[in-house]
Design a protein around this ligand. Structure first.
Ligand SMILES: NC(=O)c1ccc[n+]([C@@H]2O[C@H](COP(=O)([O-])OP(=O)(O)OC[C@H]3O[C@@H](n4cnc5c(N)ncnc54)[C@H](O)[C@@H]3O)[C@@H](O)[C@H]2O)c1
Ligand SMILES: O=C(O)[C@H](O)COP(=O)(O)O
Length: 324
């Protein structure tokens, strides 16, 4: 009998739909209680002992967790989703523990949320909503998207899905990525790839969609906000630490940044003490880009399939993406 640890909150929520597949394959699921939707390294170190594989969310899988898994019976880590910044991939490779993720599986959904945040920030719909709820009828002046320049940072699957949408909304769209995107892809999207200083100088709205790495940490900070247009709008659907939040607060305070739509934060859940709460031109969501019924069902099935495959219990008609 194999044992599978499921810490991903999406799969936990719908686990009863999947339990028969685990039972039929002879896999005992372990479902620890998730507080705050992710486990820290100490909780992971404890949970990982005696399991053959894990389907993880954004839980902290550092070297100590992988060591604990390796000295027990851990055979694979499967990340439900895309970003693997919370997994020590170098350590996993050193220990010979394969790490898989599910790239591209919900790029459209995350891009939808990015545009929803941008539209909410530009039209300040939260203020109108609150006003109606309070019996008022407040008319809030907004800004027009069409004619603005959108700058997309990170032209991977989410960045490209965002660019499709900003182009469709009539925004001139430019993008930056550390890798060169082929001309055919850029032409099909209607996007010009530029360097970072050009993106900062030209964009009316900057949408952050790149991977979090040591190099991209605090990509938006005092020094780079200074290079942006006065009154720029910022949207982040990637990872909180890409933006230095204290610097963003300074830029919101000075008016350099006219509004921000944030799905992700340096600390999640966003603490009540965060200075970000002081800005009513900021709109927040709850690290929730992938959370549609359709996307969650799709990725729950896919990660379960990968799990059964790595345990040698199921053939797949696709090649799982291995990142370490
Ligand atoms: N908010 C959410 O719910 C949610 C959901 C899924 C993914 N994400 C985050 O979004 C990120 C992007 O997802 P994706 O599917 O587009 O991944 P992807 O791997 O397809 O694309 C990431 C892109 O970032 C680029 N990149 C890496 N370092 C960079 C840098 N320093 N500057 C500019 N570009 C850089 C890569 O070259 C790549 O093109 C993930 O890494 C994850 O952290 C968030
Ligand atoms: O990198 C990812 O895929 C997302 O951050 C997943 O986030 P979620 O588990 O909250 O959907």
């Amino acid at each position: 009998m194999y044992r599978a640890l499921v810490t991903c909150h999406h799969l936990q929520r719908y686990f009863e739909d999947f339990r028969p597949f685990y039972e039929a394959a002879g896999v005992e699921p372990i479902l620890p209680t998730i507080e705050g939707q992710q486990l820290d390294a100490a909780a992971m170190r404890e949970a990982i002992v005696g399991v053959d594989a894990v389907i993880a969310g954004d839980d902290e899988i550092d070297a100590s967790v992988l060591e604990a898994g390796k000295s027990s019976q851990l055979k694979a880590v499967i990340k439900w989703g895309i970003g693997t910044d919370s997994i020590d991939k170098a350590k996993a490779a050193e220990l010979g523990i394969p790490v898989y993720n599910t790239p591209g599986t919900f790029a459209n959904e995350v891009a939808d949320l990015a545009l929803s945040l941008l539209l909410n920030v530009l039209r300040q719909t939260h203020h109108m909503h609150n006003s109606v709820r309070e019996g008022g009828w407040r008319k809030v002046p907004g800004r027009s998207l069409a004619g603005m320049t959108a700058g997309v940072i990170g032209l991977g699957s989410i960045g490209q899905a965002i660019a499709k949408r900003t182009v469709a909304f009539g925004m001139e769209t430019i993008g930056y990525d550390v890798r060169e995107i082929d001309q055919e892809t850029l032409s099909a999207l209607g996007v010009m790839q530029v360097d970072l200083p050009a993106l900062f100088a030209q964009s009316d709205a900057i949408l952050v969609a790149c991977e979090l790495t040591p190099e991209s940490r605090h990509l938006l900070r005092d020094e780079t906000f200074a290079q942006m247009k006065e009154g720029v709008y910022i949207v982040n659907v990637s990872r909180g630490p890409l933006i230095h939040e204290a610097a963003l607060c300074r830029a919101l305070e000075s008016g350099k940044v006219a509004g921000a739509g944030l799905d992700v934060f340096e600390v999640e859940p966003l603490p009540q003490t965060s200075a970000l709460h002081g800005f009513d031109t900021a709109v927040f969501s709850t690290h929730n880009g992938s959370n549609t019924i359709e996307a969650v069902a799709r990725v729950n099935a896919m990660t379960t399939d990968i799990l059964l495959h790595v345990l040698g219990l199921k053939d797949l008609d696709f090649t799982p993406n291995r990142v370490a």
